[in-house]
Write a protein that binds this ligand. Structure first.
Ligand SMILES: *Cc1c(COP(=O)(O)O)cnc(C)c1O
Length: 187
């Protein structure tokens, strides 16, 4: 059995950085709450964005991002990913036509929050998802503040949902964590 696991022929647990039963239980729980096809837990919300952007973007690409997202997300994009040649185009996601005009052939995602931290602005998810589909760009929604209790972004057209689970998913702020949920609807 172990040989099968190490040859990646069998599904199972061989090394905790890849997967372990505890993290897997959390991933399956959050995935089913969000209605996704798969979930990856990360060590923080910042780590979730880091994984996602590293997977989506190459040097020369850009992301169209609400200027009202969490400050740490903007810092990660503008101070870290800028050094790897990934540009951030800031927009006001309350004005979807601005979003559409900002997209170009190197845009690899639209990023906004369901409920903005700290402005509490609510994203027009249906309009953004129509633009994302028209333009062939994934709509990436940070659901940290709403949680699946208030909103399930995949049902409103999001392709990918990102979390800082440090906040309301933890409920206590006594741990740091994050997650990426894939809606399975973006090629
Ligand atoms: C806190 C927060 C993050 C970053 O998460 P960490 O777990 O602190 O790395 C990302 N998005 C939102 C909306 C947040 O509130």
């Amino acid at each position: 059995f172990a040989a099968g696991l190490f040859n990646l022929e069998e599904d199972g647990f061989i090394y905790s950085r890849l997967a372990n039963p505890t993290v897997c239980a959390f991933e399956e729980g959050l995935n089913s709450l969000e209605g996704g096809v798969g979930c990856l837990a990360t060590s923080s919300g910042q780590a979730a964005f880091t994984h996602l952007i590293a997977a989506l973007c190459s040097s020369g690409d850009n992301l169209v991002v609400s200027r009202k997202v969490y400050g740490g997300t903007l810092t990660l994009l503008q101070n870290v990913f800028s050094r790897y040649g990934v540009d951030t185009i800031l927009i006001d996601s309350d004005h979807p036509c601005q979003v559409e005009q900002s997209i170009n052939d190197r845009t690899r995602g639209i990023i906004t929050e369901v409920i903005g931290n700290p402005m509490m602005n609510v994203a027009p998810l249906e309009a953004l998802s129509r633009i994302a589909r028209r333009q062939g760009v994934p709509l990436i929604i940070d659901n940290t503040f709403a949680t699946p209790v208030l909103c399930r972004p995949i049902e409103w057209g999001a392709h990918v949902v990102v979390y800082s689970t440090t906040k309301y998913i933890s409920g206590n702020g006594n741990l740091i964590g994050g997650a990426i949920v894939d809606g399975g609807t973006f090629p």
